[in-house]
Design a protein around this ligand. Structure first.
Ligand code: 6PG
Length: 472
């Protein structure tokens, strides 16, 4: 029997869909799952009648694959990944390739790349985005590792990936853990946009008294604009329109207001802090999830800390597409992307990843959760100026800021006066205001530091450093 082109470990939803995707694209496959009963039911069900076989052991799995073996692991990030690597590697031969398609921490991937490559196996840490539907129909893929390892999987992933007008949504990202780093930042941006849209829903509901259907119609309008056409706006419309089958009310109102997280948002923020990059919109979205998890405390606090009555302020009308609110959402979304891109640039320098910003924007244009029309503008911005310091300085984005900042300020101020938390909208406003202010009050911080700790300061008018005996 001829050997399979591709091997997959881990038949979760993502794994199943990715192997069906590979098979549809002409790559006969072999699958392995820790419990063989799962493999059997997959082969009898969705895998039936396809060029996919199952293996009961790692030996059988490895023996069924053509060389060099291309093996994708879709398993829980962390120690489970190390355990599978340890178990399978005795059966691998020089040149074989393991691909980790989970959401692994990029430093774990760095370690695994160097361990496996020192044994002459290839190791690719590949971010995969698009959820279960994307995995089946074409995800965005972010593979990192050595270039030669990538070349061995290029034909496979180029066919499996989503396709946009300028090619497949996959490219060689860079060495080491760069693929997982880029996926981590993708998720940080994703957290930001999810929270921004949730804040806009809260304002429409609490200030304008709108119901799911009306808000869904607004999302549909936003999704037809250049600034907001995106997958996340599209699914927000879907979520807001859905009714509870029990009573026909908006289903979203029945959902517990606690958001979980699996780590990537936290890693984005901790990497940003380590690299000294400002990501307040992304941080605010992470913190909003943390705050949301304190449900019991929030319920208690609501009975103790007095409510501020909601004031009426202009969020716009359905007829004008809730224009002031939309402007606020657009700017905050731009901030989420700008901060993520800034972090990628810093990491590229620090970790010598040599990331191509236009290519990353390109492979995010299709398949992934943060795909949006803004990404074409982002791609263009970095193509026009590879040394762009911040997305907000690109002429198209600067024009957006100049035209929409007043509305963002009004929406944030109305929300503040109404006691409605809008952490991502308000931190985006502060981000823009700080970034465009040439003189910040940190001169006083410097004075205090020098006053109590003799930390010294620089002066604007003379070369330093200086120290003053403040408490004389
Ligand atoms: C994607 C998603 C996906 C991820 C969660 C984020 O790009 O397809 O980012 O990989 O698992 O959506 O996880 P949490 O919100 O649970 O942290």
């Amino acid at each position: 029997m001829s050997k399979a082109h591709f091997g997959l470990i881990g038949l979760g939803v993502m794994g199943e869909n990715l192997v069906l995707n590979a098979e549809r694209n002409g790559f006969s496959s072999v699958v392995y799952n820790r419990t063989f009963s799962k493999t059997e039911s997959f082969l009898k069900g969705r895998g039936a009648g396809k060029s996919i076989i199952g293996a009961r052991s790692f030996k059988e799995f490895v023996d069924s694959l053509e060389r060099p073996r291309r093996i994708l692991m879709m398993i829980k990030a962390g120690s489970a990944t190390d355990a599978v690597i340890d178990e399978i590697s005795p059966y691998l031969e020089e040149g074989d390739l393991l691909i980790d398609g989970g959401n692994s921490e990029f430093r774990d991937t760095e370690r695994r790349v160097s361990q496996l490559e020192s044994r002459n196996f290839g190791y690719i840490g590949m971010g995969v985005s698009g959820g279960s539907k994307g995995a089946l129909e074409g995800p965005s893929m972010m593979p990192g590792g050595t270039k030669s390892s990538y070349e061995a999987i290029e034909s496979l992933v180029s066919k499996m990936a989503a396709q946009v007008e300028d090619g497949p949504c996959v490219t060689y990202i860079g060495p080491g853990g760069s693929g997982h780093f880029v996926k981590t930042v993708h998720n940080g941006i994703e957290y930001g946009i999810e929270q921004i849209l949730s804040e806009s829903y809260d304002l429409m509901k609490r200030v304008s008294g709108m119901k799911g259907e009306q808000m869904a119609n607004v999302m549909a309008q936003w999704n037809r604009t250049e600034e907001l056409t995106s997958y996340l706006v599209e699914i927000t419309e879907v979520c807001l329109r859905e009714k509870d089958t029990n009573d026909g009310e908006d289903l979203v109102e029945k959902i517990m207001d606690k958001a979980g997280q699996k780590g990537t948002g936290l890693w984005t923020v901790s990497s940003a802090l380590e690299l000294g990059i400002s990501v307040p919109t992304i941080y605010a979205s992470l913190n909003a999830r943390v705050m949301s998890s304190l449900k019991d405390q929030r319920v208690k606090a609501e009975s103790i800390i007095k409510n501020i009555p909601v004031i009426s302020f202009n969020l716009g009308t359905v007829d004008n597409g809730m224009e002031p609110l939309m402007d606020a959402v657009v700017l905050a979304t731009i901030c989420s992307y700008a901060q993520g891109m800034d972090l990628l640039k810093a990491a590229s320098e620090e970790f010598k990843y040599n990331l191509s910003m236009p290519s990353i924007a390109k492979i995010w244009k299709g398949g992934c959760i943060i795909r949006s029309s803004l990404l074409s503008r982002i791609q263009e911005a970095y193509n026009n100026n590879p040394d762009l310091l911040n997305l907000l300085l690109d002429p198209w984005f600067a024009d957006q800021v100049n035209r929409k900042l007043t509305n963002l300020s009004k929406v944030v101020s109305g929300a503040a006066q109404s006691g409605i938390p809008v952490p991502c909208l308000s931190s985006s406003l502060d981000y823009i205001n700080s970034y465009r202010t040439s003189r910040l009050p940190q001169n006083l911080v410097q004075a205090m530091r020098d006053c109590f700790g003799s930390h010294t300061y620089e002066r604007l008018d003379m070369k330093g450093p200086y120290h003053t005996d403040w408490l004389k």
